[in-house]
Design a binder for this molecule. Structure first.
Ligand code: G6Q
Length: 563
């Protein structure tokens, strides 16, 4: 593989950067009246305006040439055809199969995976309908009213984010909660007002070994058994009675049938399978989305898959220069590698997307937070950016000060919708909350404009501002952003939005020559905690194997934990 920075396309971009860097967006807009028309793209119901970027036509040409030189088209083909592109784990990367709504087969090791994907989706739909209709009874013969998802990372963030985003679609008489943290406060808080007789737990873990999830699952089972059968039963989870109760209140989502069975869940009946070619952070459209499907119903879940699939098709078929994920990826590379911007912010102007940034943080930073190339050598260029953000307008009253007048360049993605999600369901809200939405969107648009064009000293002076305050009230502008708008936040638009970012991240990983699909940093965390845990709990001080700082902290904890 050619060294990225030695590619002639990279070097052309470096030279071109010298020409673009001194230009202001004010000049770029003035010089090119057709700019907004030129730098826009429609795909899968999303309208992208990327004209407020520090680019000209040549920038985009050069960036697309870079993508071609880096083999983005070939990498895309290899992913979609099931080749084992996750080389460090020797796995295919086929989240696109989970939402393949066409009749096209998709092969892994010569076997079409689509029949098993459809079979699991059918089982999920069947199960969801049973819970939603009250047909699925708890051990005391009562219908389920509460669903608690136990999982962490990729087994939590996707369904938790999408549940919040699609709440207007959720069945009102079902409470759905997500518990991830091993901090007992999370589980305790989620269960505090629930009746065990009406509560169903979905234990989601690809490996079924993750300390947080397994600890939460064991405690949830104790809570259930003690609530239904008393303290003694809670201490005998493998007894026949306990197993019967567990079967009515616990289902699992995993790739590991044996471990699921060991826990006491009937793997044949009550386990929903997924596969090692689905990475945790890409797993929402698999059985990992079961809690979401129970909440919003199979039909809406399938609409979300349609949205994903539409963006998959767009990404697969559109030429690079008209390919939304590719364009977003290239603009990201432009700022990250040429302007040296280490972070970017995502600001959804939609309260229902409150968890979207946290979700994207995992997707992006776990995928591309790598310092080793596919060939095993250290990278000689910055890779995965730091992603941050929050919902607008809240973010405006918090960190936007830094975006406008700080010393860092932070490119932003603004996301908004023409209509509020609830307008499809609640006519009374349209009346009661009239005016909110236009004000929300006015803020979004005003921010992108102010970031790009700023406010000159002359403009401030014209407002009769005291001379000494003029520098403080001047806004440099020239701060780039993308604006993404869709009609309404729906299962479809959410699915296509997620796929947009998934593929963007993939393209960047290809350009940076890293494997976006492993996560050894996460694995390390899992092992380290398991090593220290027995040392915290041992009755006698164990022989110390750590550095002096860690040893001191363990000792201090041991000395104080009984107090
Ligand atoms: C995601 C990561 C990680 C993973 C969690 C949970 O891509 O691999 O966030 O999802 O560590 O793992 P389990 O599903 O195996 O419990």
């Amino acid at each position: 593989m050619n060294h990225l920075v030695d590619l002639p396309e990279w070097q052309s971009l470096q030279a071109h950067y010298q020409q673009i860097a001194p230009l202001h967006l004010r000049d770029l807009f003035q010089q090119d009246p057709g700019r907004a028309e030129r730098f826009r793209l429609d795909a899968c119901g999303w309208f992208l305006d990327y004209s407020k970027n520090r680019i000209d036509r040549q920038t985009m040409d050069l960036l697309v040439k870079l993508a071609k030189a880096c083999g983005v088209e070939e990498a895309r083909r290899r992913m979609f055809s099931g080749e084992k592109i996750n080389r460090t784990e020797n796995r295919s990367v086929l989240h696109i199969a989970l939402r393949n709504r066409s009749s096209q087969p998709i092969y892994v090791d010569g076997q079409d995976v689509m029949p098993q994907v459809r079979r699991v989706l059918d089982r999920m739909a069947d199960f969801s309908e049973k819970v939603r209709s009250g047909q699925w009874m708890g051990a005391k013969g009562r219908p389920i009213r509460n669903v608690v998802n136990l999982g962490i990372g990729g087994s939590d963030l996707g369904p938790a984010m999408a549940y919040e985003a699609l709440k207007p679609y959720a069945q009102p008489n079902l409470r759905v909660r997500f518990v991830s943290n091993i901090d007992g406060a999370h589980l305790a808080g989620a269960l505090a007002d629930l009746d065990p007789a009406e509560t169903l737990f979905i234990v989601v873990s690809k490996t079924f070994t993750t300390l947080e999830t397994m600890t939460n699952a064991a405690s949830a089972r104790r809570w259930l058994l003690s609530g239904l059968g008393g303290a003694e039963l809670a201490e005998a989870p493998q007894s026949a009675q306990a197993r019967q109760m567990t079967a009515r209140h616990f289902v699992a989502v995993s790739t590991q049938a044996d471990r699921v069975a060991q826990f006491g869940i009937d793997a044949a009946q009550n386990m929903f399978e997924f596969w090692d070619w689905v990475g945790g952070r890409y797993s929402l459209p698999s059985a990992v989305g079961l809690a979401l499907m129970v909440a919003i119903g199979p039909e809406h879940f399938f609409q979300m898959l349609e949205g994903y699939h539409a963006m998959d098709r767009h990404f697969y078929t559109a030429p690079l220069e008209q390919n939304m994920p590719v364009l977003l990826a290239l603009l990201g590379v432009w700022y990250h590698n040429f302007f040296g911007a280490p972070t970017y912010a995502v600001i959804p102007y939609d309260q229902l997307l409150a968890r979207f940034v946290a979700y994207l943080q995992q997707l992006d930073m776990e995928s591309n937070g790598k310092g080793t190339t596919q060939e095993g050598t250290p990278v000689a260029w910055p890779t995965g950016p730091i992603l941050w953000g929050d919902v607008g307008t809240n973010a405006q009253h918090a960190f936007f000060q830094l975006l406008h007048q700080g010393t860092h360049l932070v490119p932003c993605d603004f996301i908004g919708f023409v209509q509020p999600a609830w307008s499809a369901f609640r006519e009374d809200y349209t009346r009661l909350f009239a005016g909110h939405h236009d004000r929300l969107i006015a803020n979004l648009l005003a921010q992108t404009e102010a970031l790009a064009f700023g406010k000159t000293a002359e403009e401030v002076r014209a407002e009769a501002v005291e001379d000494r305050l003029i520098p403080h009230r001047t806004f440099p502008g020239n701060r780039p952003s993308n604006t993404l708008v869709a009609q309404r936040l729906t299962p479809y638009s959410l699915g296509s939005l997620i796929a947009l970012y998934e593929h963007k991240i993939f393209v960047q990983g290809v350009i940076w020559q890293i494997n976006s699909f492993d996560q050894w940093g996460v694995e390390l965390g899992k092992q380290l905690a398991n090593r220290i845990l027995p040392e915290l709990q041992a009755p006698q001080e164990p022989p110390w194997k750590h550095d002096s700082s860690t040893t001191q902290l363990i000792r201090w904890y041991r000395q104080h934990r009984s107090g």
